[in-house]
Ligand binder design. Structure first.
Ligand SMILES: *Cc1c(COP(=O)(O)O)cnc(C)c1O
Length: 240
C-alpha cells in the first residue's frame, strides 16, 4: 500500500511540474517574455527528501526552504549535485552562523542587523553570500520584509558589506481576491526593481526578481518575475 501511494505522489509531482512549466511558458509568452527568463523554484518546506529528490530528477534545479533546522536535517538526504538551495523564510540573526555556506542564496534579507551578521559569518568562512532584499510591498504590519521607504537606505548600507552580495529583490504580496489588485502589487514591485537596476549602484546587482507562489505565479510572470517560488502546486497541500 505504502509503495503505491509513493508511486502516486511521484506521478503527481511529475505531472504538476509539467503543468506549471506550461503555464509559465504561456504567461511569459502573453507578456512578450521568454520562459527561460523565469526560474521555477520548488518550495520544499514540510516535504520529505524522497519527494524533493523526485522533483530534482524531474529537472528542478532550485529548491527553497523556510527554516534553517528543517533544511539542515534534510540536507544529507537531498541530491543537490545539480540543484541549488535558497533560504526563503524569515531568518533570525542567531541562526545565521548555521546557514551561511549551506545555501547558495538567502532571499529573506530585511534588515541591516541581519545583513551585518550574514556578512560577518560569511567572511569568517571566506565566502560572500548572495542575498535578495525582501520587500514588504503591501506595507502590511503582520509581514516580515522591508518597508519601501527604507529600501534605498538599506541598499546603500549593504553595498558596503564585503560578505554580502545583493542580487535582487524578493516579495510576498498581500492576499488579494482581485486579480487587478494583485497585478498592481506585482507591477509596482517590478517598477521598483527596474528603477534600482537603472541606478547602477556600486556593488548592487539587480538581476533577480523573486515573486509569485502557487496561487499567483502566472500573474507574477506576466509582471516581470524572474523567479517563482512554488510549493503546494508541485507537492500537494502541506501537512504540518
Ligand atoms: C511557502 C512559501 C512559498 C510557496 O507557497 P505555495 O503557496 O505552497 O506555493 C513561497 N515563498 C515563501 C516565502 C514561502 O514561505
Amino acid at each position: 500500500m505504502r509503495e503505491l501511494s509513493v508511486e502516486k505522489r511521484f506521478s503527481d509531482i511529475d505531472h504538476n511540474i509539467e503543468i506549471i512549466r506550461e503555464k509559465i511558458y504561456k504567461a511569459a509568452s502573453s507578456a512578450g517574455r521568454k520562459a527561460e527568463e523565469v526560474t521555477l523554484m520548488a518550495v520544499t518546506k514540510t516535504v520529505d527528501p524522497i519527494f524533493i529528490n523526485r522533483a530534482i530528477e524531474n529537472g528542478i534545479t532550485l529548491i527553497g526552504e523556510n527554516k534553517v533546522q528543517e533544511f539542515m536535517s534534510k540536507k544529507p538526504f537531498l541530491k543537490l549535485e545539480n540543484c541549488e538551495a535558497h533560504l526563503i523564510g524569515h531568518l533570525q540573526t542567531n541562526k545565521v552562523k548555521q546557514i551561511v555556506s549551506e545555501v547558495s542564496m538567502i532571499q529573506s534579507l530585511d534588515s541591516l542587523k541581519l545583513a551585518k551578521e550574514i556578512s560577518k559569518r560569511s567572511l569568517e568562512k571566506g565566502i560572500v553570500t548572495p542575498c535578495l532584499i525582501e520587500v514588504n510591498i503591501g506595507e502590511e504590519e503582520s509581514k516580515t520584509g522591508l518597508g519601501l521607504s527604507s529600501l534605498e537606505e538599506l541598499l546603500a548600507e549593504v553595498a558596503q558589506l564585503e560578505g554580502v552580495s545583493v542580487r535582487g529583490l524578493m516579495t510576498i504580496p498581500p492576499i488579494c481576491d482581485d486579480e487587478k489588485e494583485l497585478d498592481k502589487y506585482f507591477s509596482k514591485m517590478h517598477k521598483i526593481f527596474v528603477d534600482i537596476k537603472s541606478e547602477k549602484l556600486d556593488n548592487i546587482d539587480m538581476s533577480i526578481l523573486s515573486m509569485g507562489m502557487s496561487a499567483d505565479y502566472e500573474a507574477a510572470v506576466r509582471n516581470g518575475s524572474t523567479l517563482v517560488r512554488v510549493g503546494s502546486s508541485i507537492f500537494g497541500e502541506r501537512i504540518y
